[in-house]
Write a protein of this length. Structure first.
Length: 191
């Protein structure tokens, strides 16, 4: 079976952000995202720092930098990592799908705590979804998050995702939200 297409853009920019591939200068920020208890509160908790450091010591950023649709969210002026964003295929083996085949596009994101509340996740997600809508055929896009993660659910709603149901995974209730990819296309201006 042919692999389904994913987003190929190497970089996406907004007024305040640059979504780009990871590089070694991002490792401290990537470690922070994986070990911060508040950032990981709805993702199974923080990972042990020694395990995360060992992963990056062995692999650098190559494991994430090469994956299409995987971005570091960086401040446009300083290039400092403020988070990550991924638009990739949800594994058909996981629960939470809206098609029989599964493997729909799934949007996920993490921001450092110091970047919360400034609209940066919305800005990064909206820009990524607009680029994907221009590049890929129309299809469902999913957001899956713990039902307890009210901030993430509000962001999904603000982006235009509709809640379609809940399911149990990782010993807690998850909410599935969906939007049509082409609903994110930028309006065409007519003369």
């Amino acid at each position: 079976m042919d692999a389904l297409p994913t987003l190929s853009a190497a970089e996406i920019t907004t007024d305040r952000l640059r979504l780009r591939k990871a590089h070694d200068a991002d490792i401290d920020g990537l470690i922070e995202l994986q070990t911060d208890p508040q950032v990981r509160a709805h993702l199974g908790g923080p990972r042990p720092r020694s395990v995360v450091e060992q992963y990056f010591d062995a692999n650098g950023t190559s494991g994430i930098a090469a994956k299409p649709g995987t971005y570091v969210v960086a401040d446009k002026e300083t290039d400092r990592l403020i988070g990550t964003l991924v638009l990739d295929r949800r594994s058909a083996d996981l629960p939470g799908h809206v098609t029989e085949e599964g493997a729909e596009l799934e949007l996920s994101y993490l921001l450092r705590r110091g970047s919360w509340g400034a609209g940066l996740a919305f800005e990064a997600a909206a820009a990524t979804l607009r680029v994907a809508a221009d590049e890929l055929p129309d299809q469902p896009v999913l957001v899956v998050t713990q039902t307890a993660n009210e901030r993430s659910l509000r962001l999904a709603t603000r982006l235009g995702f509709q809640r379609t149901g809940t399911f149990e995974a990782y010993d807690t209730e998850q909410t599935l939200a969906v939007a049509a990819l082409h609903s994110f296309k930028a309006p065409v201006s007519r003369l």
